[in-house]
Design a protein around this ligand. Structure first.
Ligand code: FE2
Ligand code: FE2
Length: 319
């Protein structure tokens, strides 16, 4: 074999790798630092249908973050072009495990053991949820198509999560479940960097293709997005019909589908813009983090970057 090379952070091939590493490490967080039990009062005020939605939305999100942590980043790591990109993907992989674990912290606070067992049985078998996970999994394991892997990853990060993110953002916009929403906003902030970074790496490779290859890949990408959207429509009906939020959620996910395309350097597919999204949900996104100094609960010797308030610009990171 060729000589094995040590990673040198004083010789950077791509400044975006370094900037992304710094951003991701600055915004490092753990679920165990959020006082979730403060949301129990709000939780007890919800009726059974709304509790069902919250639990199963998070069951679905757990499955997607599990997929990212177990298969997604490992798949992307096979196609890196710089050693620093590997380091960034390692960071992302660990945070995906933190995300997946966070939902279990929420469950253990809000749900009974029987409810938790039912939620996991549901997420491990529900048809439309499994459809999307299996489609993405299959592409992650297709090593002959590195660019399709990146497209799949961005679609997951910037589009497929949002049918689930809608619920905690809606509650936050109504001043309910603020600590649960805090976790989701920390996750959302990570996903938005992940989607932008992988999208950027996609664009580098895409721009090197000939125009015929670019057109073929574009056609595939739009077809795949629409296929995912059709499945997402069914998934959204299944989750939200009983509380009457379906149309609002569908607008939100079309808006985010456009953002995923934007991360990949492509034109939008749907007419929906941020002005079409339920203002309460946009309000949930734009409110500053509720526990701004929650890391201060952590003892000395565990110094972490301060969590800064999120605003619309952070959310528009792909622009
Ligand atoms: Fe994640
Ligand atoms: Fe992610």
């Amino acid at each position: 074999m060729d000589n094995y090379k040590a990673i040198n952070w004083n010789s950077i091939n791509d400044e975006i790798d370094k900037a992304t590493w710094e951003k991701l490490t600055e915004q490092f967080w753990l679920d165990t630092r959020i006082p979730l039990s403060n949301d129990l009062h709000d939780w007890r005020s919800l009726d059974d249908d709304h509790k069902w939605v919250v639990g199963h939305v998070f069951g679905g999100l757990t499955l997607l973050d599990t997929l990212q942590s177990q298969d997604g980043m490992a798949a992307l790591r096979k196609d890196v072009i710089t050693p620093h990109e590997t380091a960034v993907l390692n960071n992302i992989q660990f945070m995906e495990s933190v995300h997946a674990k966070s939902y279990s912290s929420i469950f253990s606070t809000l749900n009974t053991p029987d409810e938790i067992e039912e939620i996991f049985k549901w997420s491990d078998s529900e048809e439309f949820l499994q459809n999307k996970a299996k489609k993405i999994y299959t592409l992650y394991h297709d090593d002959g198509n590195p660019l399709k892997k990146k497209i799949s990853s961005v679609f997951l990060e910037t589009f497929l999560f949002y049918s689930g993110f809608f619920t905690p953002l809606w509650y936050l916009g109504h001043n309910k479940l603020p600590n649960v929403a805090e976790i989701i906003k920390l996750i959302l902030r990570d996903e938005s960097v992940h989607g932008t970074y992988i999208g950027y790496k996609f664009q580098i490779a895409f721009n090197k293709l000939g125009s015929n290859e670019q057109q073929d890949l574009k056609d595939w990408m739009y077809n795949f997005l629409y296929e995912l959207y059709e499945n997402e429509e069914k998934y959204t009906h299944l989750l939200y019909d009983k509380v009457g939020w379906t149309d609002n959620v569908l607008t939100f996910i079309r808006y985010n589908a456009n953002k995923a395309l934007m991360n990949l350097g492509q034109d939008p597919m749907f007419a929906d813009t941020h002005e079409d999204v339920d203002p309460i949900v946009m309000n949930g996104i734009s409110t500053s983090t509720a526990n701004h100094d929650f890391f201060s609960q952590v003892g000395n010797g565990y110094r972490l970057g301060e969590v800064e308030a999120m605003n619309n610009d952070d959310y528009n990171i792909g622009k």
